[in-house]
Ligand binder design. Structure first.
Ligand SMILES: Nc1ncnc2c1ncn2[C@@H]1O[C@H](COP(=O)(O)OP(=O)(O)O)[C@@H](O)[C@H]1O
Ligand SMILES: [Mg+2]
Length: 244
């Protein structure tokens, strides 16, 4: 795989994500679990991140989301240096600017499908306001997204726990896209689907990210989808020459 994630492609493109000289170690561990010289994504760009299990893909997304903070290096998202914010400010920044599709989806099982999607607006006034560009109310915007993601209306009021994994994946995608976040982070969201459904979900996710103008950082150990992306980045463990 061409490791094109490091160098920025075109100086004229606005930068959505810049990560520089990162060293991250888990608390209590001597060895760094992640070292990345540089990683970036332009506004609206779709970047594919691959690497074997344990290579730090989820850790990288947690750094981009400001859930984790590196011991060394800089993480800049949409012009904001995340280390310059305290924990509460990073939580707010994340709620306002970033849509996340977690590996385990993280839907609230007892909440309805619609209410799960609306959670994106619950913690962010700016996401709520931006959702009004997608529909007349946040609930209407959520409905439009669920419809575009091919989730039948008969399911929208059911508890999320009653849906299949593939259906839950589309709910998680709708939640990530509601309120037009500038950045969408997706952590192996297709891993529980069969090959045909994986391709369909990838298409839907990329189409909807383009519709809201979001940059997409999509993480997977499966390189089959790499060609569908604007750029590709291999985790350092996947390419030992990247290690310092
Ligand atoms: N909460 C944690 N505490 C300590 N080590 C962790 C934690 N989460 C992940 N790790 C370790 O960090 C490394 C990278 O994990 P991860 O980012 O989940 O990799 P990937 O997503 O590529 O499978 C692994 O060695 C894993 O064991
Ligand atoms: Mg992972």
């Amino acid at each position: 795989m061409v490791n094109a994630g490091g160098a920025f492609p075109d100086a004229s493109l606005a930068r959505m994500v810049e990560l520089e000289d990162i060293v991250f170690a888990w608390p209590g561990q001597q060895e760094a679990c992640l070292r990345i010289d540089s990683f970036c994504a332009a506004t609206g760009e779709h970047v594919f991140v691959s690497g074997p299990s344990g290579s730090g893909k989820s850790t990288l997304l947690a750094l981009l989301a400001g859930v984790l903070v590196p011991a060394r290096g800089r993480v800049v998202v949409n012009g904001t240096t995340l280390q310059a914010l305290n924990g509460a400010q990073r939580d707010r920044f994340r709620a306002d600017h970033i849509g996340i599709i977690f590996q385990q989806l993280n839907l609230l099982p007892y909440l309805s499908v619609l209410d799960n999607v609306l959670l994106a607006c619950k913690f962010s006034a700016s996401r709520r306001e931006s959702s009004l560009e997608q529909g007349s109310t946040p609930a209407a915007a959520a409905s439009i997204l669920l419809d575009r993601l091919d989730l039948p209306e008969s399911l929208w009021r059911r508890p999320a726990a009653q849906l299949s994994v593939g259906q839950q994946q589309r709910v998680a995608a709708a939640r990530a896209l509601l309120g037009r976040p500038q950045l969408v982070l997706a952590d192996e969201p297709t891993s529980a689907l069969d090959a045909e459904r994986q391709a369909a979900f990838m298409d839907l996710l990329q189409r909807e990210c383009r519709a809201v103008g979001a940059s997409l950082v999509f993480v997977s150990h499966d390189k089959r989808f790499a060609p569908c992306f604007d750029r590709r980045f291999s985790m350092p463990a996947d390419d030992l020459s990247m290690r310092k």
